[in-house]
Ligand binder design. Structure first.
Ligand code: CAA
Length: 260
């Protein structure tokens, strides 16, 4: 598929998706939101892709938010539709069965931070700055941020970030629980690739089913969630990878998973 504002590279089971509007600090206009949704659908269907990484083109920004120029003169109805367009894109990313890592290489603001927190794991450059500046513009997060932030770090910290609109360092965001790891700027992609390789070395269906179980915990009661866990656990035994993983353990060798 052709993408207007994304560059996608796939190598050895790992897809790197770069948001590519560096002149606008990779701001999310409607085209880019649609690109993200379509990329999530395409990469989900691609059997050769086991792990997805999303990052920003250029030295300065991951994504500096939704496109303010596009939003400036919107009506209330257009605002709602733009928010829903963002929801479709970020939910497509969040709902991928494959693990998705955000490599936050610079500013991740507003809708950009919302993209990052829709991913499973966030690694950030020590130069990155993140936040929800929407209230400074007279709006509030509209790409799922009011929901996902609170689930990730708790109500109080989410409210502090959103009400103040403050921009914080990657380190501060790490301490609040938004970010998994802060690394020296120049090492970001190396560290993210090492993480992706580590995840890729494990049984892919096991990782995907684990993701499903963990994500379900946010919306299901305990009994229903445990039922999903038991079914997914059982499903692992339908894969060749489970046989390989356990046989390799017994034979004292490293397993070779094939995603079958
Ligand atoms: N939308 C559109 N264009 C943007 C943008 C955005 N979110 N962020 C940056 N740009 C553009 C700038 O307008 C500028 O374009 P020109 O060169 O044509 O003037 C270019 O990117 C470079 O930006 P700056 O000159 O401002 O760069 P800087 O280094 O001085 O500042 C910054 C960097 C602090 C990130 C600043 O650009 C900034 O504050 N950007 C806006 C951040 C923001 O408010 N994001 C939230 C948007 S609202 C949202 O996301 C809503 C939602 O939840 C759905």
């Amino acid at each position: 598929m052709e993408y207007k504002n994304l560059i996608i590279e796939i190598k050895d089971g790992i897809a790197i998706v770069k948001v590519n509007r560096p002149k606008a600090l990779n701001a999310l206009n409607s085209e880019t939101l649609d690109d993200i949704k379509n990329a999530a659908i395409e990469l989900e269907a691609n059997k050769d892709v086991w792990v997805v990484i999303i990052t920003g083109e250029g030295e300065k920004a991951f994504i500096a938010g939704a496109d303010i120029l596009e939003m400036k003169d919107m009506t209330a109805l257009q605002g709602m539709q733009f928010s829903q367009r963002g929801h479709e894109a970020l939910s497509a990313l969040e709902n991928m069965s494959k693990p998705v890592i955000a490599a936050v290489n610079g500013f991740a603001l507003g809708g950009g931070f919302e993209v990052a927190i829709a991913c499973d794991i966030i690694y950030a450059s020590d130069k990155a700055k993140v936040g929800f500046p929407e209230t400074t513009l007279g709006i509030h997060p509209g790409f799922g941020g009011t929901q996902r932030a609170a689930k990730l770090v708790g109500l109080a910290k989410a409210k502090e970030m959103i009400f103040t609109g403050k921009m914080v360092s990657a380190q501060e965001a790490y301490e609040m629980g938004f970010i998994n790891k802060v690394v020296p700027h120049e090492d970001l992609m190396k560290e993210v690739m090492a993480l992706a390789e580590k995840i890729k070395s494990n049984g892919p269906f096991a990782v995907r089913l684990a993701k499903e179980c963990i994500n379900k915990s946010l919306s299901l009661d305990m009994d229903s969630a445990l039922m999903v866990e038991a079914k997914d656990f059982g499903l692992c035994f339908a894969t060749k990878d489970q046989k390989e993983g356990m046989t390799a353990f017994v034979e004292k060798r490293k397993p070779t998973f094939k995603g079958e």
